[in-house]
Design a protein around this ligand. Structure first.
Ligand SMILES: NC(=O)C1=CN([C@@H]2O[C@H](COP(=O)(O)OP(=O)(O)OC[C@H]3O[C@@H](n4cnc5c(N)ncnc54)[C@H](O)[C@@H]3O)[C@@H](O)[C@H]2O)C=CC1
Ligand SMILES: CC(=O)C(C)=O
Length: 263
């Protein structure tokens, strides 16, 4: 590791699989100690990720918590600070998708999605910032937005709105916490081949009368670089956001989408 990229203590939420797992393993390979979070239902997969981190020679901790629960989020951050000594980088990655025409989205579904994708990010940002302010030497807070936080996809209205809100929260937090040496940025993936896109593909196919796999094929035609993304594409960018190389960047939500959306 280059001298200016010191080893940090990182926490990644939603890290049992997909993009979160990719980020956790990349940051461990970068030389950081990485705590991982997910919900109870995925705790076996989560422990396997922690074992992989240990296999890379880094310390890890497992913090099972629902990011929409304020007490659980506070306990998660306290656990990481106790087990790994501090918290330098928070990656608020956990999220869910629901695919429906806006006219059919119920208030309960709207609240459920926002409780994880927006409230969960707000809770993780705040708990991490308080811990970093207590430590007194800054930190890096990183959130999961999406290209649909710039331009919604059809049938992903409230999901898109949640990611749009993450961009706003990221800008506001960056303004308020710069005085503490904390930078706040977000990544905006495009179409990443994870369980989330398997679900989106299945639901889009139902709504649009397509065969399984046809929706992801259709949306993939938008990708100028010509292939669906993998978690490692996103993790490479998060590696930069977690490193000292990004010290002069804050409040940004950056597209890492193979060239779908051009701002
Ligand atoms: N897959 C894609 O194409 C894109 C994904 N994103 C965002 O990237 C992030 C990761 O997405 P994927 O890895 O694709 O999804 P995924 O569904 O494969 O993984 C998400 C993980 O978050 C966990 N999670 C869900 N609710 C949680 C909660 N309340 N508390 C703690 N953990 C929870 C899940 O158990 C799962 O392990 C999400 O925020 C998603 O919205 C953004 C743009 C594109
Ligand atoms: C899941 C998601 O955010 C996209 C853009 O597909």
């Amino acid at each position: 590791m280059a001298a200016h990229n010191k080893s940090r203590v990182v926490l990644v939420t939603g890290a049992a699989r997909g993009i979160g797992k990719g980020i956790a393993l990349r940051l461990a390979a970068d030389g950081h100690d990485v705590a991982v979070n997910d919900i109870d239902a995925n705790s076996d997969q989560l422990k396997a990720v922690a074992d992989e981190i240990a296999g890379l020679g880094r310390r890890s901790a497992v913090a099972v918590a629902d990011v929409s629960d304020p007490d659980a989020v506070q306990h998660m951050v306290d656990t990481v600070a106790t087990e790994l000594g501090r918290l330098d980088v928070m990656v608020a990655n956990a999220g869910i998708a629901q695919v429906k025409p806006l006219l059919e989205v119920t208030p309960e579904e709207f609240d459920e999605l926002m409780s994880i994708n927006l409230r969960g990010v707000y809770l993780c940002y705040n708990a991490a910032a308080k811990q970093m302010i207590k430590q007194g030497d800054g930190g890096k807070i990183i959130g999961a937005a999406s290209i649909v936080g710039y331009r919604p996809f059809p049938l992903l209205a409230h999901y898109s709105a949640s990611k749009w809100a993450v961009r706003g929260l990221t800008q506001a937090a960056a303004m308020e916490w710069a005085q503490y040496g904390i930078t706040v940025n977000a990544y905006c993936p495009g179409i990443v081949g994870t369980a989330m896109w398997d679900h989106i593909d299945e639901k889009l196919a139902e709504h649009e009368g397509l065969r399984k796999g046809a929706a992801i094929d259709k949306y993939s035609e938008l990708i100028h670089l010509g292939r669906v993304s993998v978690p490692e594409d996103v993790a490479s960018f998060v590696s930069y956001l977690a490193s000292s190389d990004s010290d002069y960047m804050t409040g940004q939500s950056v597209m890492i989408d193979g060239g779908i959306q051009f701002s």
